[in-house]
Design a protein around this ligand. Structure first.
Ligand SMILES: NC(=O)c1ccc[n+]([C@@H]2O[C@H](COP(=O)([O-])OP(=O)(O)OC[C@H]3O[C@@H](n4cnc5c(N)ncnc54)[C@H](OP(=O)(O)O)[C@@H]3O)[C@@H](O)[C@H]2O)c1
Length: 355
């Protein structure tokens, strides 16, 4: 096995406090566990009303004996990406930042919130990081911030974004966030960017990709013909730590395990959750009808639509992602998606009240 190349400041990472944003989210909570269980000192950013119960339970899920004690080692700080004063407090005496906080939504009504949190929020954070001479910044981006492939083309890190009317609000906000991070690298800060595909793992089932498990568990009946990349939350966390602590600088890396039809992901979730898999394939025209009906229902009832135009259309896209660059750089092995769905189902079997 090839030995990984170390950042010359590797040992500093164990001495200095690390700042992690988005620590209560799916990616952030897994990264927090990876960092703290690996002996790093972490200041974890949360908002005043953030909920910590699931993060604590996640620590106990991964380490039934020491999880509670490890969770107790986290230094929590209240800050919001839109509040520069709170960010200055959070970044004080920090040398390394992992940035996982963002709003993840495909609802057009969340556009403003997403632009504010993801683009302006990242600009605020990198500005404060630059002022504080932070040494390295690891940014959690998304494959949504890469360019749009031609049919059948395998997406690689070099695929350049071209502005067009077909991008989701989420993709536009993640692309804008990445630009802020590239600006910071131009202004002298070492940065490294990870672009994960759809992340699978135990997390708040009312938000982000953690909703996928919830819908299958609740008896999802329909599936579409789409294909996408999927990756385990534990592997995204591990890859981020390796990128931060390695000598990778001013580069981006796709994190992906497998490219699978949605049907296979749903079947894997259903097997893990011991429920019936979705049976009925939905064509494009049916999805188009469904999101319009759903938008009408949401308008009349004042509730959040369960399906948006963007999610309905994305569900039919066939996207394939290469993980070659990150595998070669980090010598990392990605868990198969079936392990990620088993892990997710196992967590919710132990903590069913979250569902
Ligand atoms: N999930 C995926 O499939 C996926 C795939 C590719 C990339 N990503 C990227 O991974 C990152 C994390 O996503 P996730 O799935 O972990 O999302 P998540 O579970 O929804 O977590 C989002 C986190 O961001 C925090 N946050 C949101 N707005 C904030 C603000 N204004 N100030 C401070 N904190 C704020 C949330 O805090 P609260 O607890 O207070 O709400 C939460 O900790 C995002 O950048 C996302 O784009 C996710």
């Amino acid at each position: 096995m090839r030995l990984p190349t170390l950042n010359p400041n590797f040992f500093h990472i164990f001495v200095h406090m690390i700042l992690l944003t988005g620590a209560t989210g799916l990616v952030g909570s897994h990264l927090l566990y990876d960092l703290v269980s690996g002996g790093r000192k972490v200041r974890a950013m949360k908002r005043e009303n953030s909920r910590l119960e699931l993060v604590r339970d996640l620590f106990s899920w991964y380490d039934p004996d020491k999880g509670e004690a490890l969770f107790g080692q986290v230094e929590w700080v209240d800050a919001d990406l839109s509040d520069i004063t709170s960010l200055q407090e959070a970044v004080r005496d920090i040398r390394y930042i992992y940035h996982c906080a963002a709003t993840v939504s495909f609802q057009p009504r969340d556009r403003q919130v997403m632009m504010k949190a993801n683009v302006e929020g990242t600009a605020n954070l990198v500005n404060v990081a630059l002022q504080n001479e932070v040494e390295k910044f690891c940014h959690c981006s998304s494959v949504a911030a890469l360019g749009t492939p031609l049919p059948g083309e395998v997406v690689q890190e070099s695929l350049i974004w071209k502005t067009s009317g077909s991008h989701s609000c989420y993709a536009i906000s993640k692309y804008g966030a990445e630009r802020e991070v590239w600006r910071a690298s131009e202004e002298g800060m070492d940065v490294v960017i990870i672009n994960p595909t759809v992340i699978i793992g135990p997390g708040d089932p009312s938000r982000s990709s953690a909703q996928l498990y919830q819908s299958v568990n609740k008896g999802l009946k329909f599936y579409t013909s789409g294909v996408n990349g999927f990756v385990d939350a534990r592997d995204v966390a591990r890859a981020m730590v390796l990128l931060m602590e390695g000598d990778q600088v001013n580069e981006r890396f796709i994190a992906n395990s497998e490219n699978l039809p949605f049907k296979e992901l749903f079947d894997s979730f259903a097997r893990s959750a011991k429920v019936e898999p979705p049976k009925y394939r939905v064509g494009r025209w049916m999805s188009d009808l469904a999101w319009r009906l759903e938008a009408g229902r949401a308008f009349l009832t004042g509730s959040k639509p369960l399906l948006s135009k963007e999610t309905a259309r994305n569900a039919h896209n066939k996207r394939y992602f290469s993980n070659e660059k990150i595998r070669v750089a980090l010598d990392i092995r990605f868990r198969p998606v079936s392990e990620a769905t088993e892990n997710t189902a196992g967590f919710f079997r132990k903590y069913p009240d979250y569902l």
